[in-house]
Design a binder for this molecule. Sequence first.
Ligand SMILES: *Cc1c(COP(=O)(O)O)cnc(C)c1O
Length: 240
Amino acid sequence: MNGDPSTHRRLEGVLARIRAACTDCGRDPASVRLLAVSKTFGADAVRSLAVQGQDCFGENYLQEALAKQQALADLDLEWHFIGPIQSNKTRPIAESFHWVHTVDRLKIADRLSAQRPRSSSPLQVLVQVNIDDESSKHGCTPAEAPALANAVAALPGLELRGLMAIPAPTAEPAGAAPAFEAMARLAGEIRSSLPPGRAQRFDQLSMGMSADLEVAIRAGATIVRVGTALFGSRPARDDG
Ligand SMILES: *Cc1c(COP(=O)(O)O)cnc(C)c1O
């Protein structure tokens, strides 16, 4: 599947959307990174995007991700864990990923830090905030985020890089704007509460998906997590 033309077209389309959104709001397109969310798609699909130059991939399901990493070990890819984390799964995450977007409690952060191999650079971590979806069990509350972020920033095996959110679904993409803007404000507050050496590296906001990446970029997203627009629609899966 190397060089699959439809993959190429979809990737170019998403990159064009990112550039256009940046132009619209006066941001440098280089300030926004595309994370390709490859959950449920196979190693071949990842490889065909990788040969087009896409180098970072997001995965939600640990076993599936580890199998893909093994199948793609010949490529120099950056892997981001973006699924809910059970505390008995932290070790392979700490060992096999470069980034984790879904740290929402200190227990998980402590384990990831302790289990990060000494030979690896610190795991790049985002604190997941449940910005507006009271029905979701994932993410800390906005009120808890500053203390959690400060505690995570102090852990030796981790480097705190910013915040991540999955706002509640809205009828129109623009409906997510208030949640994205609230995330940007919260990130600013947290940045000013961190010790100077830590604040500098707290520079990432992971938000925006296939439907609403433009809205997220306008609010300050630095990482957009895009699955469907790159790989096509996924079969429903019910274990998140
Ligand atoms: C699946 C998933 C995405 C990608 O969503 P699309 O709408 O397919 O772009 C982004 N972020 C997280 C956390 C996901 O689980």
